[in-house]
Design a protein around this ligand. Structure first.
Ligand SMILES: Nc1ncnc2c1ncn2[C@@H]1O[C@H](COP(=O)(O)OP(=O)(O)O)[C@@H](O)[C@H]1O
Ligand SMILES: CCCC(=O)OP(=O)(O)O
Length: 361
């Protein structure tokens, strides 16, 4: 038996509409629990930071319900949020990180609570807290940072944790290591990001949180700039509303009134032609984004990886496949592997097979 087999690790993944919690015993997931939060439930909080105590109580209840009575946690790991751009890896939660997340210095997203909750749960127990591959992992090429407007720089904000985890799994299927391959990875969830992975580094990716790339179930993706300026002027006294059109209330939900792809698929099956047009358009935009990375990777592509909740839908993956399979084999890694990836990182940090990095702005 390896030392890590007897270790208990708590994983916390706060999302915009859910809190996902998991208890791992070594590499085995003992319990995995998703608490869904309705928009109404979260509306009573004026900020993401304001939701901390609410989500912390849910986490403490999960621990007391699932951790065996004679057992103790060895570490807590949370999904990493909006921080200064940083390299891929596992980071210990430190005071600069907490300051940046609590003040939303780099922006607001539910994942900001990952490190905060991990630290609050870990501190009284005297155990370490970590984050891994936060959404700000930045490995972008310099030429990919140009937007065309000197005042605006393209930045790397994406589903780094799941993209890298799915890419490793796809590489194993291809019989190679992640670092040997060039892959295009599309995370298809509530938000969508499409990254060009060149031998283990994400050299270009759309900013999934700020109106860039394909539209998604709840985000607009890139919009024609001039028309967006005109719309913003109409909304000049209602900034929150216009921002919601980009993240939260944009994309599929704006067209169909639902951010649930399964509900949209049911409508398509029942003959709803509008739902069909919107879902087909979303798949079309994803395919175009994937194909654009043919240029990023100079045509040397070993595989195209489709992952995230939407990758469970054969209807959508087939629509994407028919437009991009000429580039490389398409591999589907359904759902997301964020909880497993976080647990693997925490175990690696505890048994020192992974370097623990220090966050500096
Ligand atoms: N089995 C499934 N078939 C089709 N769509 C699914 C399935 N499971 C989840 N989805 C869709 O995936 C989207 C959420 O993706 P997910 O990766 O779970 O979320 P998030 O990005 O919020 O973490 C939703 O639109 C949901 O309806
Ligand atoms: C890419 C930033 C993180 C993000 O968009 O996550 P969700 O899609 O889970 O909200």
């Amino acid at each position: 038996m390896r030392a890590s087999d007897s270790i208990f690790v708590l994983v916390i993944n706060p999302g915009s509409t859910s809190t996902k919690l998991a208890l791992f015993h070594g590499e085995t997931c003992l319990q995995n629990y998703t608490i869904r939060h309705s928009a109404e439930e979260l509306r009573r909080f004026s900020s993401v930071a304001g939701q901390k105590n609410y989500r912390k109580e849910l986490t403490e209840t999960f621990i007391s319900d699932t951790l065996p009575k004679d057992a103790e946690l060895a570490a807590v790991i949370g999904r990493g949020g909006l921080l200064a751009p940083l390299e891929s890896g596992v980071y210990s939660v430190n005071s600069s990180m907490l300051e940046d997340l609590e003040s939303a210095r780099w922006g607001e997203h539910a994942s900001n609570l990952g490190a905060i909750l991990a630290e609050e749960i870990a501190r009284p127990r005297g155990i370490p807290s970590y984050i891994a591959d936060p959404v700000v992992v930045d490995e972008m090429l310099d030429e990919a940072r140009f937007s065309g407007c000197p005042e605006i720089q393209r930045v790397s904000i994406f589903h780094a944790l799941n993209q890298k985890s799915a890419a490793r799994k796809a590489a194993a299927r291809l019989g190679k290591s992640y670092e040997e391959l060039n892959l295009i990875v599309a995370h298809l969830g509530g938000g969508i990001s499409v990254g060009a992975h060149r031998r283990g580094r994400v050299i270009d990716v759309n900013n999934a949180l700020d109106g860039d790339g394909p539209f998604s179930p709840e985000r607009s993706g890139g919009l024609p700039a001039g028309q967006l300026v005109s719309l913003a002027l109409e909304y000049r006294d209602r900034e929150k509303e216009i921002r919601k059109k980009i993240v939260g209330q944009g994309g599929m939900v704006a067209y169909l009134g639902t951010n649930d792809l399964q509900a949209a698929l049911e409508r398509i099956n029942a003959g709803d032609t509008k739902a069909e047009a919107v879902v087909r358009a979303m798949a079309y935009q994803v395919a175009k984004e994937i194909a654009s990375h043919g240029a990023t990777l100079k045509g040397r592509i070993d595989g195209i990886v489709l992952t995230g909740g939407i990758a469970c839908s054969g209807y959508v993956t087939d629509l994407i496949r028919e437009r991009v399979s000429y580039l490389a084999p398409v591999l589907v890694i359904e759902g997301e592997r964020e909880m497993e990836a976080l647990a693997e990182n925490a175990l690696g940090a505890l048994n020192r097979t992974r370097t623990i990095k220090e966050y500096r702005r």
